[in-house]
Design a protein around this ligand. Structure first.
Ligand SMILES: Nc1nc2c(ncn2[C@@H]2O[C@H](COP(=O)(O)OP(=O)(O)OP(=O)(O)O)[C@@H](O)[C@H]2O)c(=O)[nH]1
Ligand SMILES: [Mg+2]
Length: 300
């Protein structure tokens, strides 16, 4: 399957919902107030959020006037441009310009952190990178086991300790291992389920300090994983994480399971942090590098 086809099938639920609402809109005979009203409603249904949907429609009105567009079909192409623009808030790839590069994967429990790391290992290994996984989620029993299974599937190395170990010490071990093994990238799993925000802050802060001390020159990426099916609720979570952890990129998971894929546009726009990958299934090859143009084309 080609990239766009896979993306379309991963986003099938959202696409279907969009078609059933927006399909009629774009086949209307002219661009009038009804057209704009229905369009706005469709965008809200796709979970863009009321504010953003209104903004998109406002921008579209301007573009239609400015370019003297006549048909809803022409307006559709203009709308795509607007949504792509909203998604363009920074670099969508992870720069891997230091050896090692460290990718800290954070997010609340169950959003898909460990699975995303497994899938990302597969992608990076395919690109010829030496990948090392670091099981710094020591909070939950079996978290390291789960990561180890992914390491096996992807065929990459892992550093782990027992449940309850100090996450900082696992990170420290992983850094040492990366030196002796010549790793290009360390993917670090973290706990999502801590007792409270303060604990989470302390733990992420501690990991960050060890990384800064041991690898001061290394590129550090903080990937926040968000469950795409939680819609606008996920946004609140995301704001908190952004505040405490200096997030540099987003991963939206489980987009295969939702009709509200428009949330991707809402979070990127709201947080002003670029989406770097999207998850469209549970298998190892179900993580896709994010591309705004293809994403929007797959939706509308
Ligand atoms: N359909 C679908 N399921 C996914 C996707 N990503 C993850 N999952 C599923 O979501 C569930 C939770 O994934 P995990 O990777 O364990 O989530 P986590 O964030 O590591 O969870 P904790 O370690 O408990 O904090 C698993 O059943 C995954 O298979 C996706 O893109 N699509
Ligand atoms: Mg996990």
């Amino acid at each position: 399957m080609g990239f766009l086809d896979k993306l379309k099938s991963g986003l099938a639920k959202t696409k279907k919902a969009m078609e059933s609402t927006l399909g009629n809109v774009f086949s209307m005979s002219e661009i009038d107030d009804d057209f704009y009203d229905e369009l706005e409603e469709g965008l809200i249904l796709a979970d863009l959020g009321a504010g953003l949907a209104a903004e998109a429609v406002e921008q579209l009105r301007d573009l239609v006037k400015e370019r003297r567009l006549k048909t809803p079909e022409e307006a559709k192409l203009a709308l795509r441009e607007i949504l792509v623009q909203m998604l363009n808030v920074g670099q969508t790839t992870i720069p891997m310009d230091t050896k090692p590069t460290v990718v800290l994967v954070i997010g609340v429990n169950g959003v898909g952190k460990t699975t995303t790391i497994g899938k990302l290992s597969h992608i990076l290994k395919d690109e010829g990178k030496r990948v090392l996984l670091c099981a710094a989620d020591t909070f939950r029993a079996a978290a390291a086991d789960q990561l180890e299974i992914w390491a096996g599937r992807a065929g990459v190395d892992i550093v782990r300790q027992d449940e309850g170990a100090d996450p900082g010490s696992v990170v420290f071990d992983a850094i040492a291992a990366s030196r002796s093994r010549g790793s290009d990238v360390i993917l670090c799993d973290t706990a999502g389920r801590l007792h409270n925000k303060q604990n989470l802050m302390n733990e992420l802060g501690k990991i960050a300090r060890i990384l800064d001390r041991e690898l001061p020159e290394a590129r550090k990426e903080v990937l926040l994983v968000l469950d795409g099916t939680t819609g606008q609720n996920g946004l609140q979570q995301a704001r908190q994480f952004k505040e405490i952890a200096g997030v540099t990129g987003l991963v939206l998971t489980k987009l295969d399971g939702t009709a509200k894929g428009g949330i991707v546009i809402a979070v990127a726009r709201e947080l002003q942090v670029p989406v770097k990958y999207i998850g469209v299934g549970e298998q190892i090859d179900d993580l896709m590098p994010f591309n705004a143009e293809s994403f929007v084309e797959a939706l509308i």
